[in-house]
Design a protein around this ligand. Structure first.
Ligand SMILES: [Zn+2]
Length: 160
């Protein structure tokens, strides 16, 4: 990769309650979707989308006292979260000591990288939404759903 340390801009982010704020110089190093069980649980979500930043291009701008760290000794990873609101913040791996990985969803704007990559795709859950066409659910404004293909009508006669 070409040596290009010149930052084009700054992208800022924060946790849900706003106590913790941070910023990175853009463009970020890369971005990806992580389908591993560890990230799924840490986020309580189908998968986590991360933006990887060089550590030297990453800054905590407020609330560092509110950041709690969970160290997973087995996987040699550290996950930080806001002690007040629980938002997952930073994901650091011993194998990549110069990188800080930040949930894409915490950034207010663009980070200079599209999440084109997937990690642990074989662990993707069958309940993950993958873009199937959706239609409005009658009688529930604001709710759309993935209508199942018409199934053979169940004949209830004689069941009881
Ligand atoms: Zn918070």
């Amino acid at each position: 990769m070409a040596k290009n340390t010149k930052a084009a801009g700054i992208s800022t982010g924060q946790c849900l309650c706003g106590r913790v704020g941070f910023e990175i110089d853009t463009p970020a190093r890369w971005a990806w979707h992580d389908h591993s069980a560890a990230s799924r649980r840490a986020h309580g979500a189908a998968y986590a989308t991360y933006v990887g930043s060089w550590r030297k291009r990453f800054r905590i701008t407020r609330g560092s006292a509110a950041i709690t760290r969970f160290e997973d000794k087995a996987s040699k990873t550290v996950r930080s979260f806001c002690a007040r609101c629980g938002t997952p913040l930073f994901y650091e791996r011993a194998r990549s000591p110069h990188m800080v990985n930040i949930p894409r969803a915490l950034f207010a704007g663009r980070t200079g990288r599209q999440p084109l990559y997937h990690i642990a795709i074989e662990e993707m859950q069958e309940w993950t939404y993958t873009g199937e066409p959706l239609v409005p659910l009658k009688g529930f404004p604001g709710v759309v759903w993935h209508r199942q293909k018409k199934q053979k009508r169940v004949d209830h006669e004689g069941m009881f």
